[in-house]
Design a protein. Structure first.
Length: 166
């Protein structure tokens, strides 16, 4: 049995003054991500998750809403897609935009491989905008606890209650 491993990453810009999630660009950043995740969820235009020339499957575990995407990225096996669970949360409910990657499979050699794919996919989303993003490891202060699971669930649930399903 594989050990469950998870890591948190903050979503940061690398080639734009200010952050796409700051107030002056927040609407644009959220609209772009909302549109791309909604189209990907509906299988209208697939977001590519690739690493070293190999394209991996993805499957949404939740209906996309609330500025939170919960996706399994991995390979197809006889019983479904096996790989890493990826939460992309830009709701800003509690924290600045972040990605949580949970991996308990043998599909990827490390979470860094999955982080590389997610970073590449996010940059693909913004490929024509001049914006590039990076995933920066979220280093916790001693004793700090990040309730990312609760944060993702609450953002998703609040969107359902408020009727903002995509």
């Amino acid at each position: 049995m594989n050990k469950i491993v998870y890591r948190l990453f903050k979503i940061r810009h690398t080639s734009m003054v200010g952050d796409i999630f700051d107030e002056h660009c927040c609407l644009l950043g959220k609209e772009v991500l909302d549109n791309v995740f909604a189209r990907d969820f509906l299988k209208m235009k697939e977001i590519p998750f690739t690493y070293k020339g190999k394209r991996y499957k993805r499957q949404y575990e939740w209906v996309f809403r609330g500025d939170v995407a919960k996706i399994i990225i991995g390979v197809k096996r006889e019983y479904g897609i096996v790989g890493a669970m990826v939460y992309i949360n830009y709701s800003k409910l509690r924290y600045e935009p972040y990605v949580a990657i949970v991996d308990c499979s043998d599909v990827f050699e490390s979470i860094d491989v999955v982080a590389n794919m997610v970073e590449g996919a996010l940059n693909w989303v913004y490929k024509d905008s001049g914006i590039t993003l990076c995933l920066e490891p979220w280093i916790l202060a001693e004793g700090e606890v990040i309730q990312w699971g609760r944060d993702c669930n609450e953002a998703h649930t609040l969107a359902a209650i408020n009727g903002s399903a995509e």
